[in-house]
Design a protein around this ligand. Structure first.
Ligand code: SF4
Length: 243
């Protein structure tokens, strides 16, 4: 058995996010990092680790297609926590991707676009680590419903730590308010979650309040970029190709 997989199994007894963060930072030292799109969940985790005096490197998947507000938030978070957030970028710029695959690949084949601009760069960044920390919560979507606080990530072959797996959206925002942590202002302008600008839209007031992924890839069945569930996206992509 892989040693880090064994460690993941040992850590599954923990239930408190702070205990989880203490344990994994003890265990993995400089072989653990936070993958963040600067969504509210990972802001909580960054703040918790700062409070514990255990800053962990943060990397940020910069697709080149993010909202200006997201880049501005990165600057604010870096300044607040005295962090250097590392940008992980796709192999090709947006312009080069258009030359290779045609304009606006996200409109024609969003799974292929996410693979090029998110999943492959993520895989490269994770190949240097034994564990990664995410902000995934179980109640965000059906596909995230079986997320554990600490689990073995079969897709990428390392330990995956989801300290807020048990939390809900209200608890996340209560924490951010209590600690006065800044978050993306678009979340107060009708956006439920924030991804790339071409694929993220505000939702109407009567949208299902439990659908936190509403507004992402609107008008399609896609709900995941594939970073957390590459198998789901690849299976969906094959079904589309077969159909
Ligand atoms: S979210 Fe949209 S623009 Fe961003 S990588 Fe995926 S398909 Fe491309």
């Amino acid at each position: 058995m892989n040693v880090t997989r064994h460690v993941a199994e040992q850590l599954t007894r923990l239930t408190d996010p702070l205990d989880v963060l203490r344990a994994v930072t003890d265990q993995f030292g400089d072989r653990i990092a936070i993958a963040s799109s600067l969504g509210p969940q990972t802001l909580v985790v960054i703040d918790m680790l700062a409070g514990l005096g255990r800053p962990v490197p943060v990397f940020f998947l910069d697709t080149g297609l993010l909202f200006p507000e997201t880049y501005e938030l990165r600057e604010r978070i870096q300044a607040r926590y005295d962090l250097q957030i590392r940008s992980v970028r796709p192999r090709e710029s947006v312009r080069a991707q258009a030359a290779t695959h045609g304009d606006a690949l996200w409109d024609r084949d969003p799974d292929a676009c996410c693979k090029l601009r998110k999943v492959e760069p993520l895989r490269g960044a994770l190949s240097e680590l034994d564990a990664w920390i995410t902000g995934v919560r179980r109640d965000q979507s059906t596909s995230r419903g079986s997320t554990s606080l600490v689990e073995w990530d079969h897709a990428y072959g390392l330990v995956k730590v989801n300290p807020l797996a048990d939390w809900n959206r209200a608890r996340v925002f209560a924490y951010l308010a209590a600690q006065d942590v800044p978050y993306n202002p678009l979340l107060e302008q009708g956006y439920r979650s924030i991804g790339c600008a071409p694929c993220t839209h505000p939702v109407s007031a009567d949208a299902d309040p439990n659908d936190e992924r509403a507004g992402r890839w609107a008008g399609t069945a896609k709900t995941e970029c594939g970073m957390h569930y590459p198998d789901i996206v690849e299976v969906a992509g094959r079904a589309v190709a077969a159909g």
